[in-house]
Design a protein around this ligand. Structure first.
Ligand code: ADP
Length: 246
């Protein structure tokens, strides 16, 4: 496992308040990583930095074999470099079918003029079915996305991100509002997605994090408080103090 993303000594302040404070962490490829921490720990700001939405005041964020600095790239360049982000609320095209949603998201492997052709090609059709199978929506391909359950919409959106073949997928609280069965499916889906790429899951639900069976990074006051297995970090005295609010 080699480092895909390296965050080193990053700080960012809002009106003098340090939301991220000398944060350093590395994400491998492939890897599944959970980021947890109390409200205000800096989890959203961290994702905003990685995706180019927020520029840090200091530090380095480098990407890939060539250690390209992400800090000089625009949000759209970062997305094209292979970083996909799933926000909490699903944003699918409700009036279109599941198949059409996935087709629209497919990355065009050639030039922009081939895009319409590619989306209609056999290869694209096969890829759509592969992704639908991966997210558990194969039987739903002809259905309107608006008719899907909340959980299914979340999976469709993850599928739309997978269609763009990201090297790193950031997922914000994927289990929120899901039934226990949907959570279980989401766990499997994320584990499978992380077999071939880096996936970072920001999550509050500890039971969900436990099922991910992955390395956990605990953020607190904009820095890494602890890192390791969930059992390891939840035994850490500082982590216990922070979660119990001492
Ligand atoms: P989390 O996602 O872990 O709850 P955030 O990254 O949203 O934490 O926020 C970290 C801290 O930075 C919080 O105290 C929050 O109020 C503050 N913060 C985040 N974004 C802004 C902003 N745009 N302006 C001012 N303060 C902000």
């Amino acid at each position: 496992m080699s480092a895909l993303l390296e965050v080193s000594g990053v700080s960012v302040s809002f009106d003098g308040f340090k939301a991220i404070n000398n944060l350093s962490l590395e994400i491998g490829e492939p890897e599944l990583r959970a980021i947890i921490g109390p409200n205000g720990a800096g989890k959203t700001t961290f994702m905003d930095i990685i995706t180019g939405k927020t520029r840090p005041d200091e530090g380095r964020v480098t990407w890939g074999e060539k250690s390209v600095s992400l800090l000089s790239l625009s949000e759209s360049r970062i997305a094209r470099a292979g970083i996909g982000r799933k926000f909490q609320r699903p944003t699918v095209f409700e009036a279109q079918s599941v198949r059409e949603n996935l087709a629209m998201a497919l990355k065009n492997p050639r030039g922009p003029f081939d895009v319409l052709f590619y989306r209609k090609s056999d290869r694209a059709a096969r890829r759509i079915e592969e992704i639908a199978d991966e997210i558990g929506l194969l039987a739903q391909l002809p259905r309107r996305a608006g008719e899907l359950s909340h959980g299914q919409k979340q999976w469709l959106e993850i599928g739309m991100l997978l269609a763009q073949d990201p090297r790193l997928l950031l997922v914000d609280e994927p289990a929120a509002g899901m039934t226990p069965a949907e959570r279980e499916h989401t766990t499997d889906l994320l584990k499978r997605a992380a077999e071939t790429r880096a996936v970072i899951v920001v999550e509050h639900d500890m039971e969900f994090v436990r099922r991910l069976e992955c390395k956990v990074t605990v953020l607190h006051e904009g820095s890494v408080l602890a890192e390791g297995s969930l059992d390891h970090v939840t035994r850490n005295k500082d982590v216990i103090d922070v979660y119990l609010g001492r």
